[in-house]
Design a protein around this ligand. Structure first.
Ligand code: TUI
Length: 315
């Protein structure tokens, strides 16, 4: 059994979070992860306040375990969903793609545990000072919107920089990555890509097939010009976006317009032509569709084996 401060802090069995993936992480996926002993997280990204309230209701019908809601801070509905989180007494909030200070006081006063996703030591320290319960340090191996530093460099620096627990994210999909994250100073992990192909994950079958087929060189980063680099599978859409990004005759507005709705089209329609299949570099490690329970049990058993065998390196 792997047990860390995160288990006690949140009342969960495995210190493993399911990433709050926009359009992907619904009540069904989050409930499956929480029911299996991890922390399931609903992504509020694509929802307004009332839609989030309904999604929380759907989770609570089938799950009485701790769960989280992820607020994508660039979402036009961020303020509204921030209030719903308080009204619904959501146990844990994670935030992404920005600075969550605007909402932190309100959440903490309401008893919500706030765990921002950070991509730098500076933001980790800022949120720690304002009462964050922990941070997720997310490296650039991740899918979706990413920062500059990679997990191997980011996690130990964040762990040194704050006194609260650190959860490592980005580039973790098996027990080796899990064990390595603990060695870097993390007290837990967050995975997105591995849960994309979970049985309880309701994305389009095309998306799952692409992840299962992917290898180590299957992802690319685009969107730097617009200030939000995004990692996704190398598809015709991603390549075209990267090409337009380099073309000075294309305006930022045209580029944004071209990308609008692309993630939704990938997730709900499996659209090969205009969908953005956001996905981490570890896609090549993800080989089969499993239940959330199987994923949590398998990765834990693998990490325990790796950790127990590590003594062989010491004479
Ligand atoms: O947020 C994510 N991953 C995401 S959000 C998303 S939706 C989207 N769609 C299209 C374009 C952009 C986004 C898809 N994937 N991960 C958490 C994360 N947060 N990664 C990096 C950061 C981050 C970056 C900079 C957090 C804070 C930050 O600094 C902000 C500041 O003001 O200091």
């Amino acid at each position: 059994m792997i047990n860390t401060k995160i288990c006690e802090l949140l009342g969960i069995r495995y210190p493993i979070f399911q990433g709050g993936m926009a359009w992907v992480a619904d009540a069904a996926l989050a409930a499956a992860v929480s029911n299996a002993g991890g922390l399931g997280i609903i992504a509020a990204m694509n929802m307004n306040g009332e839609q989030l309230r309904a999604e929380i209701g759907r989770l609570r019908e089938v799950c009485d375990k701790p769960f989280g809601v992820n607020v994508m801070l660039m979402s036009p509905h961020a303020a509204e969903v921030a209030d719903v989180i308080v009204e619904e007494s959501v146990p844990v909030v994670t935030t992404g793609a920005g600075n969550p200070l605007t909402y932190m006081k309100k959440w903490i006063e309401a008893g919500v545990k706030v765990i921002p996703v950070v991509a730098s030591v500076a933001l980790a320290q800022m949120v720690a000072k304002r009462g964050a319960a922990a941070v997720v340090a997310e490296g650039g191996e991740s899918g979706g919107h990413i920062g500059e530093a990679n997990t191997m460099a980011l996690v130990p620096q964040v762990a040194d920089g704050v006194d609260i627990p650190v959860i490592a994210a980005g580039g973790i999909a098996d027990g080796r990555g899990y064990a390595a994250a603990l060695m870097l100073g993390a007290e837990g992990i967050q995975m997105g890509t591995r849960f994309l192909v979970a049985k309880e994950c309701n994305i389009h079958p095309n998306f799952k097939a692409k992840v299962l087929k992917a290898g180590d060189s299957s992802t690319m980063v685009s969107g730097r010009r617009l200030g939000h680099p995004v990692r996704s599978l190398k598809t015709p859409f991603a390549r075209k976006f990267a090409e337009l990004e380099k073309d000075p005759s294309v305006t930022d507005e045209q580029l944004s317009e071209f990308g609008a709705g692309a993630l939704r089209k990938a997730v709900t329609e499996g659209d090969d032509v205009s969908g953005a299949f956001m996905c981490g570099q570890v896609a090549g490690l993800v080989k089969s569709e499993q239940s959330c329970k199987e994923i949590l049990e398998e990765i834990t058993a693998q990490a325990e084996k790796v950790l127990a065998g590590a003594g062989k390196y010491i004479l």
